[in-house]
Design a protein around this ligand. Structure first.
Ligand SMILES: [Zn+2]
Length: 136
């Protein structure tokens, strides 16, 4: 799919927030989600100080939007800062986030793979997804 100006806005929102709140241990990724209303919600991921109770940026951004009354999402993008490269880049959502995002329908995920920016329906990133009704 073609990367649009709206997609670039989403990437910029995530990048701007990460630039503002980046913390080497706590906030290495930021995500931005565009809701059906057109509004963009951005959030950072939260890495746990103890244990493994991290919250991914994608889940944080969607949670923020849902808490503001949003129910439908068009697209989502996440950006991670790589200190050794001294730059940030788009990242693909983890498996848990792919399932979480897909729970909101055909959301487009903007990510980077093999050196190119891609945009795909989240369901394409989650083949043979769990279905509570079985393989009916
Ligand atoms: Zn995740």
């Amino acid at each position: 799919m073609i990367i649009t100006q709206k997609d670039k806005e989403l990437i910029r929102a995530a990048s701007d927030l990460l630039r503002k709140l980046y913390h080497a241990r706590r906030h290495r990724v930021a995500a931005a989600v565009r809701a059906g209303s057109g509004k963009i919600y951005a959030a950072v991921g939260i890495n746990a100080n103890l244990g493994r109770c991290d919250i991914c940026a994608e889940a944080a951004a969607i949670s923020k939007a849902v808490s503001e009354g949003e129910k439908i999402f068009e697209s989502i993008a996440a950006v991670k800062y790589f200190p050794k490269r001294k730059r940030s880049a788009l990242v693909a959502p983890c498996g848990v986030c792919r399932e979480f995002i897909s729970d909101f329908g055909p959301v487009k995920v903007i990510y980077s793979a093999a050196g190119s920016v891609r945009k795909e329906d989240v369901r394409r990133l989650l083949p043979n997804q769990y279905n509570k009704n079985g393989d009916a």
